[in-house]
Design a protein around this ligand. Structure first.
Ligand SMILES: [Zn+2]
Ligand SMILES: [Zn+2]
Length: 384
């Protein structure tokens, strides 16, 4: 029997080997099942992906689109290093993106968006909404000023990365920061531990063991929020390091499943998604702990309803409603301090105070969802 079917035997042995080791970097099963957002005007995507236009990534736009489809995404934000040096404008990049969809014979789904990650003497800044590279600037203040003067929006990338941290206090003009950056695991975890974990765990186990937000990042964010509006981003910072004849040993899908960004937007267009991200009309979710698309964070004042990123100029009572898709520990914060917390699926509260209000949701004591703030800027400052 065995001699008549040697290939079957080898395949069975290989299958057993893969099952036993569950090798994360060779077994490409998704870490969790995914479904695209079914809520109207809510779009599911990832932020901070590097393509082959970065010196340190080999991923083609075709591979990025294919991987994003497997991850059930509506959009992918590609943020290559100083990318306008290789590709002159976002228009050129959009054309390349179109060619990638054409190559795959796919409609424009998921949507590709583009920005540049700029190196400065103080760390990395993602310049959202610009269409060219700053003219040979290195000083972080000058880069941030240049981005703002050119209608862009500077976001600090991986502020506490051991390799490329942000080296000074946040200057005026910074509009957001990455609260989580998946690639930081490669600099914070011993490589031996990562290799062992990746070799002997399934993708969902691997992600559970390495995904975590450092509390200091919340402190940084709340500090930035005392100066003005600031959106938090969940970044995958995906690089595909090796590729040989179309084969990549890394499990690229893992990056795309490490943290998800949900954006409220009128439509799935470059302009609207970008605007939602900049305003912080968004929440981030670690969906290895559960599908987060049904999450709700609302403020009702008079007959109006507001979501993350909104600014209320009101002295009236505000009714807050937070709904978690599943039983969880919900924290409702004002100016960085917990105002109310509860276990369950719903938290409600009525307030009449100005402040910056945001939400954190935990499942099994793991951070699951972080909602960007709703800002209440009352005409009369109360309870400040
Ligand atoms: Zn970077
Ligand atoms: Zn990066």
């Amino acid at each position: 029997m065995g001699q008549r079917h040697p290939s079957k035997l080898i395949l069975t042995l290989l299958g057993l080997l893969f099952l036993v080791t569950g090798c994360t970097f060779t077994v490409r099963i998704p870490a969790y099942s995914v479904r695209k957002s079914e809520r109207p005007n809510l779009y599911r995507g990832v932020f901070h992906v590097h393509s082959k236009f970065s010196h340190d990534s080999k991923a083609s736009l075709e591979r990025i689109i294919r991987t994003a489809k497997r991850a059930g995404l509506d959009f992918v934000f590609v943020t290559d290093h100083n990318f306008f040096k290789d590709v002159r404008t976002t228009d050129h990049r959009l054309l390349l993106g179109l060619a990638a969809y054409h190559e795959l014979k796919l409609p424009l789904d998921p949507l590709l968006l583009f920005a540049s990650e700029i190196s400065t003497d103080s760390g990395h800044v993602i310049a959202l909404g610009i269409d060219e590279e700053p003219p040979d600037l290195w000083n972080a203040d000058q880069v941030v000023n240049w981005i703002r003067e050119n209608g862009g929006h500077p976001i600090v990338a991986h502020p506490l990365s051991p390799q490329k941290p942000w080296r000074q206090p946040f200057m005026e003009g910074i509009e957001g920061l990455e609260l989580f950056t998946f690639s930081d695991i490669y600099y914070t975890r011993p490589i031996k531990e990562l290799v062992l974990k990746s070799a002997f765990s399934f993708p969902h186990q691997f992600l559970r063991s390495v995904v975590a937000v450092r509390p200091e990042l919340f402190t940084l964010w709340d500090g930035l929020l005392t100066k003005g509006h600031a959106a938090a981003f969940g970044a995958v910072d995906a690089h595909l390091r090796w590729e040989w004849f179309g084969f990549a040993p890394e499990n690229f899908l893992l990056y795309f499943q490490s943290v998800t960004t949900y954006v409220h937007a009128d439509e799935r267009s470059e302009e609207k998604i970008l605007d939602g991200l900049i305003r912080g009309a968004s929440f981030i979710a670690f969906e290895l702990y559960g599908d987060a698309q049904a999450f709700t964070f609302l403020a009702k004042s008079g007959d109006k309803v507001y979501r993350s990123g909104a600014v209320l100029d009101s002295n009236e009572e505000i009714e807050w409603l937070i709904e978690s898709p599943k039983n969880a520990h919900i924290q409702f914060l004002r100016n960085g301090k917990v105002l109310k917390e509860t276990d369950g699926t719903t938290l409600t509260l009525t307030t009449q105070l100005s402040g910056t209000y945001r939400v954190q949701v935990y499942r099994d004591q793991k951070l699951w969802i972080v909602a960007n703030p709703i800002y209440v800027e009352s005409l009369v400052e109360q309870g400040a």
